[in-house]
Design a protein around this ligand. Structure first.
Ligand code: SAM
Length: 290
């Protein structure tokens, strides 16, 4: 099920359906209430019953540890698909660095800016509405490019990675996580679970490693698939446990949809049909231009 380079003319349509997905009030209410309202990515769990929001925050700190040598008050990070802004605030708070946070969704960005003001971090974080497929930045501009659980929504991942690398300074780091298929997983085995998110296809770890190698980066992949299994088990448990409360924020139809769909995720993650982990790639030399 590996993904291949494509110049995909359906990308704008797909971006529009992704934006609509995240801006649906039911979807937003689910992410807000169950994922914790700061982060929308897989958690790194200290134990299998840990609060989803705490584990998700640990993912940010864990990824940040990998690039801590690059970050300080003079550094700028580009966060691709910044969502509610949990990563941007954590990075700005911890390192005093600037963050440019780019997301398709104006709704997410409005909420992100409000939270930044509340935390006194709006001076360090610039929130921009746009797509990671067309980065409006000059080459070699950022010390680090960061992206958690966004590339699964992208149809032309080779171009997205090339864009991310283009704006990275020599010596800079690209750090990202993604929900992927295991190398041998047939696409139909995971399609019913993915359909809720409007995700068309998944990459595999080897796709990213090969693509980044072609772009001249040295990459380390930390496989944390066990955390993906725990995360979906936790989501399923939480939605069931908090059903009466969630009924007040989420429509009955969407709640039913979640109660049907989340066990599919629990099943395919337990069967190891999916993979998840953290990529940490360094741009070692100046890019060779054609
Ligand atoms: C699963 S959420 C992750 C949010 C954030 N990275 C986090 O870890 O909390 C995916 C986010 O990616 C954004 N997104 C999806 N496709 C995008 C694209 N082509 N360009 C920019 N943002 C995109 C969505 O709007 C959404 O906010």
């Amino acid at each position: 099920m590996s993904d291949h380079a494509r110049n995909d003319s359906s990308a704008p349509d797909h971006e529009e359906s992704t934006r609509r997905y995240y801006e649906t009030s039911d979807v937003d209410a689910f992410y807000d209430a169950v994922w914790g309202g700061e982060d929308i990515h897989i958690g790194v769990y200290a134990h299998p019953q840990e609060a989803i929001a705490n584990a998700s925050h640990r993912t940010v700190q864990h990824a940040a540890d990998r690039i801590a040598d690059l970050l300080g008050p003079d550094a700028t990070v580009l966060d691709l698909g910044s969502g509610y802004g949990g990563s941007a605030r954590a990075l700005a708070e911890r390192f005093g660095c600037r963050v440019v946070a780019l997301d398709l969704s104006e709704e997410h960005n409005r909420r992100h800016r409000t939270a930044n003001i509340r935390h006194g971090l709006d001076g360090l974080i610039e929130v921009v509405t746009g797509s990671l497929n067309h980065l409006p930045y000059k080459a070699e501009h950022f010390d680090a490019v960061w992206s958690l659980e966004v590339l699964c929504h992208v149809t032309d991942r080779d171009t997205a990675l090339a864009e991310a690398v283009r704006v990275l300074k020599p010596g800079g780091a690209l750090v990202f996580s993604d929900i992927m298929a295991a190398e041998e997983t047939p696409a139909p085995a995971v399609r019913p679970a993915l359909s809720r998110l409007g995700v068309q296809s998944l990459a595999t770890p080897s796709f990213y490693l090969q693509s980044l190698s072609r772009l001249g980066l040295e990459t380390d992949f930390e496989d944390r698939t066990a955390d993906l299994t725990t995360h979906y088990a936790r989501l399923d448990e939480e939605v069931r446990r908090r059903k009466p409360e969630l009924r007040r924020a989420i429509s009955p139809a969407y709640l039913d949809d979640l109660l049907t769909n989340l066990p599919l995720w629990t099943d395919i993650t337990r069967r190891r049909l999916l993979r998840w982990g953290l990529f940490h790639a360094r741009r070692t030399t100046a890019r060779t231009r054609p």
